[in-house]
Write a protein that binds this ligand. Sequence first.
Ligand code: GLU
Length: 521
Amino acid sequence: MSDESVRVRYAPSPTGYPHIGNIRTALFNWLFARHAGGKFIVRIEDTDQSRKVDGALESILNSLRWIRVDWDEGPEVGGDYGPYFQSERRDLYQKYAQQLLEGGHAYKCYCSAERLDRMRAEMAERKESMRSYDRHCRELNERERVELEAGGTSPVIRFKMPLAGQTTFNDLIRGDITFDNNELDDLVLLKSDGYPTYHLANIVDDRFMKITHVMRADEWLSSTPRHVLLYRAFDWEPPLFAHLPMILGPDKSKLSKRHGAASLIEYRDMGYLPEAMMNYLALLGWALDDKTEIFSQEELIRHFSIRRISKTAAIFNKDKLDWMNGVYIRNVVIEAPAAKVDSEAYTPVITTDLIQQLMEFLDKHLPHEVNRPISREYVEQIWPLIRERITTLREVADNFDFFFIDELVYETDLLLDKKLTTDTVVTALKAALQSLTDLSADWDRIGRDAEKLAEDAQLLEEVLRPLAAGLGLKAGELFKLLRVAVTGSTAAPPLFQTMAALGRVRCMKRIRAALGKLELV
Ligand code: GLU
């Protein structure tokens, strides 16, 4: 479906670092706009100055940029579009608050914070249903108003909610929803500092930005009847509404850090791929069918529709995210980044330079003693050995640092198999060292292609495998020893390929170091 008139927005408040749910809202709006060929807008709702959090704005924009959710318009900043900021549009809201006042849909309220506190405490005591305001100033007469003004109190402007009746609106996901008007407060539209509240600014902007569909989190559902009544008071046509299902933890409780949920930027910093993250977020409350899990960005745009958004809460499952990231890591195309992976099961398309991303992680997280810059060629060589064994890019620096560091640190016990004597282990390592010394010196680590590496690995195997029999060892026993000596760990990628990538000099040095450790036993 193409509908260029579609205009949607993501309207975050900079009151914290955006988490999975926030960015899922942005993504659904963006997918909807891209699918229709319409426009996606980012609007920063920063009118509550007291709740602003340092760094939140940057984190919002960086999260969007990271998963490549781009926006289509906004004030120009350095040749690019910035988002809209509500704090820069205050005159507009004041004008429309005034209009409601003049039309008799709003009134000035002079109640002090102390009076409001007292009123709420009394209501609680009487166990009355909690209202934020008792409409004290709604029916002030002219004389009372003049007196209060003369007393110097700066008023707020409140909306005159209808006192009876019901408000019904249609939600594209849930159908018709009805609220009793007497449950709705006379909400504040304009605060005494001249800043609008969320409700006023939100609908004025949606109107002036010609928003056609408001797609937002479920938690805003109770604001919608208020907004619908505001639209009526202005005599404006409201947009269409769609409230997105909640995201819960696997135990069905509210999603929190306990479930492994974090701010989106933390996932970037852990080494999740933006493509995998977009894919994962898209499935939090939306599905094409009951089986397809892996979608490229193009496929998501092609298939996305509000009709397929679920009514029931989505479950955040960190294991599934890890699995999905692994799928992307294993299927990424390195040589031809724009090409599609030809595999029956998965077709992720990665257009970014994954090796470059990995290099950045390595640069940041490998120990200081590793020489910089890290060789890209080397990283490309070891990538095939690693990619099957990681869930995130960060793990390369954490678990495969033996490819980079000079001296391995590990317990000598790792070399000592219960079934083998120390002498046998020493003899075996010496024999391996001798074989490597005898090997032609033409294998070394940098600057060789994958084919040469495979040849080296084969050569090493041909030389080292037969040693076992002569030493009275099973091949597996010898290989385990060598694996510990050259990687410092018993779990490592295929031994000979690893050794080929590490290079002769480094392997020999490490075997010597292992022998040195054993001398101390
Ligand atoms: N500023 C609100 C938020 O932080 C926007 C809600 C809406 O989209 O209307 O989520």
